[in-house]
Design a protein around this ligand. Structure first.
Ligand SMILES: [Zn+2]
Length: 338
């Protein structure tokens, strides 16, 4: 358990959470090559150095598995993480409820909350959403940056395409079922039409787990000021993404990353800001997931202390830095999890 009264470095004293990490994908890829205890061997040290208490871990299906193998790929990712949880007892815990998160913290384990990054594993079978809920999945991002049965994703750069849609009729049904089951909704990767559909049609908790500010970097993966205001107005969150392509085209570094935090603070205050680092450098030992040329400006969770230093130098008070690194996500999940 972290000592929260030792007066040391901020990250060692406060709740630290990353709203978007593709851990299941990376763990499964390595386990298929015969590796075991991947979280413990590959990720533990940097998680500890960053003082990380909680990760929202995405179930993401690479293009090569679509459409037929999406369900299998998602199940294999959940299975791989469950195996790891049992192989490394006490290291992390897949949390289904808020009390699971609290008891993980008490025992010094990293709390893991599972969330879809695209509804492809559901296909067009509404009943599977309940099955995944039974498996412990609590978040639902309807689409990645591509079209599926539920919604249109936004693209990383302008593409030649036909008319874009928002949510499909199936996507609207899926949203209603997600509300009944108690999922929270993730709007990162949705196109703008889908973003506003979700805000109109879903009354439960909503976050953009890993999206920056479009007024600073004009790519569709980032949010407009209106979208940020709308999320803030309903106690939603915006997770700051460390992927260089969404941070800055001229100077992708920690200072530019901090510019996005400044922008949201100036726009609506610190209420909606959290981390959604989207650390992808560690995925690059596999086939590329997209043609995006990018790197992580926060290199690992262990480098969060460098970000904290940048923010302290900019005059952020300790409570503002604590809000960013975890307190806001703590508040959100306390309300969103059963
Ligand atoms: Zn993503």
């Amino acid at each position: 358990m972290k000592s929260r009264e030792d007066g040391g470095e901020l990250l060692s004293r406060v709740f630290v959470a990353d709203g978007h990490f593709d851990l299941p994908l990376m763990v499964l890829a390595r386990r298929r090559r015969g590796e075991r205890r991947v979280v413990e061997r590959v990720f533990l040290e940097s998680l500890r150095r960053g003082g990380v208490d909680l990760l929202i871990c995405s179930l993401f299906v690479p293009d090569e598995y679509l459409p037929e193998m999406a369900l299998r790929q998602a199940l294999d990712q959940v299975a791989a993480l469950r195996e790891e949880e049992l192989e490394s007892p006490g290291l992390f815990r897949i949390c289904r409820t808020w009390s699971d998160v609290a008891s993980a913290g008490d025992s010094g384990a990293v709390a893991v909350v599972l969330s879809f990054e695209g509804a492809e594993p559901i296909g067009t079978d509404l009943a599977l959403l309940r099955v995944f809920h039974d498996l412990g999945v609590r978040g639902l991002g309807l689409a990645w940056s591509r079209r599926n049965a539920a919604a249109d994703g936004c693209h990383f750069r302008p593409l030649r395409e036909g008319r874009r849609g928002g949510l499909s009729p199936f996507g609207v049904e899926l949203l209603a079922e997600a509300a009944r089951l108690g999922y929270f909704i993730d709007v990162s990767h949705l196109n703008d039409e889908g973003f506003w559909d979700v805000l109109d049609l879903f009354e439960g908790p909503v976050l953009a787990s890993h999206s920056n500010c479009r007024s600073l970097v004009p790519v569709a993966r980032n949010l407009t000021d209106d979208q940020i205001r709308a999320l803030a107005a309903r106690q939603g969150l915006v997770g700051m993404n460390a992927c260089s392509a969404f941070v800055s085209s001229e100077r992708p570094d920690l200072e530019s990353f901090a510019d996005h935090i400044d922008h949201i603070r100036d726009l609506v205050g610190m209420g909606p800001v959290c981390l959604g680092l989207d650390l992808c450098d560690a995925i690059k030992d596999g086939p590329p997931l997209s043609d995006l040329q990018a790197f992580d400006v926060v290199r690992t969770h262990g480098a969060l202390k460098d970000l904290d230093r940048v923010l302290a130098t900019r005059g952020y008070e300790e409570d503002q830095r604590a809000a960013l690194v975890g307190a806001n996500l703590h508040r959100f999940l306390k309300g969103a999890l059963p």
